[in-house]
Design a protein around this ligand. Structure first.
Ligand code: PLP
Length: 448
């Protein structure tokens, strides 16, 4: 694949882009990172605190419905929320195995185990489907604002939604989340799956009555075709991972929910107790929304890094080139399949690369092979299983201080040894709970 001119220039001028073109692991520090107060005003023009609070209220309103339909959510009162877990044994194993020093407290945010969809997509995906269902039901007089939303489980509601279609393009997990929730409400559902998508995810969706359309092409192509087909049908709604604001809001709510968990665990976040968060990244929607929510809450006291496969650093390239969605990893000569199927997005969300352009601290790339090692290590040390894509986050605490650029970032932002020792580092686990046992065995025995 020929390398594009703009990419050649970037490669010639900067080691990070040489590393990327050579499929080496690297760390890109965001050249346009800014103090939060300088960005706050502009960001609020696009997504403000009230938008996020509104999403939070809507999820609360739907809680009686969710609780009724998905008994697994009863302990959280019908909210779809995940544990925050200390992982001291994993931390020790990472330090010993990779000769790393990981200061402070290391935790795992277990969105891998979220109810219904078993991945971070249960946040944005389910939120967007619920909002769409509410919009239709209000518009057609099926409900009023004051109704108890348990009503959404009624048979006439299901019949009503059966007149409408929901479509989405997906590498797998977004399809699961949109597919499961939409089918449950009664919608007709079409999921457009890229070539990277796992067979078991397609099978699971079909078993729930979802129409799965397979493409022998990448994620962007599946989205393009899905969007085109949906646009032709007035009764169809397309969940657009590359542009969707509702998806983004569903993810952003995660930050506020963390506050209670920090309280329980005695975690303080302030200037002397920084929070550092690492999130696996595909098209950017999920990590982008979580990052945005975190920055709005904690400002300069939180530092967010994304983690992408060496073959698919699409958000990194979209931001670093300032070409946003107008990049494709193939512009840098990167082609091929990734074992990190949840992160295999060749072009990023232009919405996220723009709104988080001054908020993201940086982006790590990670080789497929090591994801399986991290996965086995987490299982052995903490008895937690998360899927390979989800393990991308561990590269960051292991490597941040091994890169000169990482050390320079920490120094520049006053994160000295003392502050790091008082810091909280969170690896965001993004998927895994729905992986069938036989696939899980296969993953455990995969050595790349
Ligand atoms: C979707 C997904 C991500 C990243 O989300 P994007 O919105 O694509 O950036 C990370 N991990 C897993 C397991 C996912 O399914």
């Amino acid at each position: 694949m020929a390398i594009k001119e703009y990419a050649k220039e970037m490669i010639a001028s900067n080691q990070v882009f040489r590393d990327i073109a050579e499929q080496k692991e690297t760390l890109w520090i965001n050249d346009k990172y800014l103090p939060f107060e300088m960005v706050d005003g502009v960001c609020q023009l696009v997504v403000n605190d009230e938008d996020i609070a509104d999403a939070e209220r809507r999820l609360q309103k739907f809680a009686p419905y969710i609780r009724k339909c998905f008994p697994e959510t009863v302990p959280d009162g019908g909210l779809i929320e995940s544990p925050l877990k200390d992982i001291p044994e994993m931390k020790k194993a990472l330090e010993e195995t990779y000769d790393a020093e990981i200061p402070g407290r290391l935790l795992l945010k277990m969105d891998s185990h979220l109810a219904i969809a078993g991945s971070v997509k249960a946040r944005g995906g389910i939120y967007e489907v619920l909002k769409h269902a509410e919009d239709l039901a209000l518009q057609e007089g099926m409900i009023t604002e004051d109704d108890n939303y348990e009503r959404f489980a009624d048979d006439d509601m299901k019949e009503f939604f059966g007149r409408y279609t929901v479509q989405v393009g997906s590498t797998g997990n977004l399809g699961l989340s949109i597919g499961i929730m939409s089918a449950f409400l009664g919608f007709k559902v079409k999921v457009h799956m890229s070539a990277d998508a796992r067979q078991w995810k397609k099978d699971m969706l079909r078993s729930k009555g979802v129409e799965v359309i397979e493409y022998d092409d990448d994620y962007s192509a599946a989205v393009l075709e899905g969007r085109r087909q949906s646009d032709l049908d007035p009764s169809s709604y397309f969940v657009d991972d590359e542009y969707s604001v509702p998806l983004f809001l569903g993810y952003a709510v995660a930050a506020r929910r963390l506050l209670g968990q920090f309280d329980e665990k005695g975690i303080t976040v302030d200037e002397d107790h920084p929070l550092i968060v690492y999130i696996p990244c595909g098209v950017g929607g999920a990590p982008g929304g979580v990052c945005y929510g975190l920055k709005r809450l904690f400002g300069d006291n939180v530092h967010v890094f994304f983690c992408e496969p060496t073959l698919f650093p699409s958000v990194l390239l979209g931001m670093a080139s300032d070409r946003h969605n107008e990049v494709n990893v193939s512009d840098f000569g990167l082609t091929g399949m990734s074992a990190a199927d949840g992160l295999a997005c060749a072009s990023p969300s232009g919405f996220v690369t723009r709104i988080d352009r001054n908020l993201l601290s940086g982006d790590f790339t990670v080789r497929d092979a090591i994801l399986f090692d991290y996965m086995r290590m987490l299982k052995a040390t903490e008895d937690v299983f998360i899927e390979p894509s989800s393990c991308a986050a561990f590269i960051a605490p292991v490597n941040i201080m091994k890169y000169d650029a990482g050390k320079a970032y920490l120094e520049k932002h006053g994160l000295d040894a003392e502050k790091l020792a008082a810091s909280t580092q969170i690896c965001w686990a993004t998927g895994g709970r729905l992986v069938p046992d036989e696939i899980w065995d296969k993953y455990m025995n995969t050595y790349l």
